[in-house]
Design a protein around this ligand. Structure first.
Ligand code: RB5
Length: 143
């Protein structure tokens, strides 16, 4: 199993990204940080693009992107071919994003989740397999 996870954020997601990196390492994953590296104001598209490219080119199976709402990150990441970025606000949406939509990037809204909720969502996302059959057919239509 590929344990490397590409992770990125903007200033609004910086603190949560640091928490999630520690959590991933504790769980045996290898988080690779694409920035930003401080809480100073920056532009979320720059970091969404870096992580989306790293997943789309096959260097990483999964990415995690965090901004204030998760919305900007998901809009940008989904412009890269091969990326299915899902903004998830609960374990249930994370599970469905993986099983039904075969999402390869998880987007989180730092201003709407506690660190504990976010860790549970990350854990669910990474542990949930893709369902085949009608779900594969629908994902193939996206591509
Ligand atoms: C930054 O203030 C905020 O706009 C950004 O983190 C994000 O929520 C954008 O979608």
């Amino acid at each position: 199993m590929n344990m490397k996870i590409a992770i990125g954020c903007d200033h609004a997601g910086f603190s949560l990204k640091e928490d999630i990196k520690l959590y991933l390492a504790k769980e045996g994953y290898d988080p690779i940080d694409f920035g930003t590296d401080s809480p100073s104001s920056c532009d979320y598209p720059d970091y969404a693009k870096k992580v989306a490219d790293a997943v789309a080119n096959g260097s990483f199976r999964f990415g995690i992107l965090i901004c204030g709402t998760g919305i900007g990150m998901s809009i940008v990441a989904n412009k890269t071919k091969g990326i299915r970025a899902a903004l998830c606000c609960s374990c249930e949406t994370a599970q469905l994003a993986r099983s039904h939509n075969h999402a390869n990037i998880l987007c989180l809204g730092a201003r709407f989740l506690s660190p504990e909720e976010a860790k549970q969502i990350v854990s669910t996302f990474l542990a949930t397999p893709e369902e085949e059959g009608r779900h594969r057919r629908r994902v193939d239509k996206i591509e």
